[in-house]
Design a protein around this ligand. Structure first.
Ligand code: AMP
Length: 207
C-alpha cells in the first residue's frame, strides 16, 4: 500500500502514519524526519536545510524529491509506504508522479487530515510539553514564530494539493479533530472502501 498523508502541522500525520506502519507493514517516509537526521549528521543537505527549517520555510523541491526518491528504493519500502510531509507543493506532487511512474509504482490514495486551525497551536504546545516531560529535545521549529511560518507555507503551497488530488479522485478527507483512535478507524474505513487508483485503470478510462 502506498499512501500520502496531507494536513497542516500538528494535524496528527506523524501519529497516524505510525499506526498505518503497524497495521499495514509499510514504512513511514517523513521528509521532515529525514531532514532532521541530515541536520543531526551535519551532511551537506542538513547544512542547507537547517536555517530554512528553523524558520518554518520550505526546503527546495529538488532536495526533498532527491531524498524521497533514494529512500523509496531501499528494500524496506518494497512493501509500501506512507508519505508524511511530502509532497508539500504542486511541483513536488508532479515530481512524485514522475518518480512513481519511473519506478513502476502506484499510489493507493491520499488521506487529508482536516483540522481546525485554532486547535493547532494548542496541539503543538501540548507536543512541546509532552516531549519536554519525556526528556526529549524539542524541535527547533516548534515555537510560535516558526509555527506561523509553517502554517502560512501550508496554506499557500500545500493546501492546493487538496484540489489537485480531489480532481484525480484520490482524496479521502478525514476529520482530524476527532480522538486519535477515531481518526485511525476513519482512515481504516476509508482505505477499506477505497478502490486503488491504478495508472492502468486510469488509462483504460482515458484519464
Ligand atoms: P515536518 O516534520 O513535516 O513538520 O517538516 C519540518 C520542516 O521540514 C518543514 O517546516 C520544512 O522546513 C521541512 N520539510 C519537510 N518536508 C518538506 C517538503 N516536502 N518540502 C519542503 N520542506 C520540507
Amino acid at each position: 500500500m502506498r499512501l500520502i498523508l496531507l494536513g497542516p502541522p500538528g494535524a496528527g500525520k506523524g501519529t497516524q502514519a505510525q499506526r498505518l506502519v503497524q497495521t499495514h507493514g509499510i514504512v513511514q517516509l517523513s521528509t521532515g524526519d529525514m531532514l532532521r537526521a541530515a541536520i543531526a549528521a551535519d551532511t551537506p543537505i542538513g547544512r542547507q536545510a537547517k536555517d530554512i527549517m528553523a524558520r518554518g520555510g520550505l526546503v527546495s523541491d529538488e532536495v526533498v524529491v532527491g531524498i524521497i526518491s533514494e529512500r523509496m528504493d531501499k528494500p524496506d519500502a518494497r512493501n509500501g509506504f506512507v508519505l508524511d510531509g511530502f509532497p508539500r507543493t504542486v511541483a513536488q506532487a508532479e515530481a512524485l508522479e514522475r518518480l512513481l511512474a519511473e519506478k513502476n509504482l502506484d499510489l493507493d490514495g491520499v488521506i487529508e487530515l482536516r483540522v481546525d486551525e485554532g486547535a493547532l497551536l494548542s496541539r503543538i504546545e501540548r507536543r512541546i510539553t509532552e516531549m519536554t516531560a519525556r526528556g526529549e529535545k524539542v524541535r527547533a521549529d516548534d515555537n510560535p514564530e516558526a509555527l506561523k511560518a509553517r502554517l502560512d507555507a501550508y496554506r499557500a503551497q500545500t493546501a492546493p494539493l487538496i484540489d489537485h488530488y480531489a480532481r484525480k479522485g484520490m482524496l479521502k478527507t478525514i476529520d482530524g479533530m476527532a480522538p486519535i483512535d477515531d481518526v485511525t478507524a476513519a482512515i481504516d474505513a476509508a482505505l477499506g472502501r477505497q478502490n486503488p487508483c491504478r495508472r492502468g485503470e486510469k488509462a483504460a478510462r482515458g484519464g
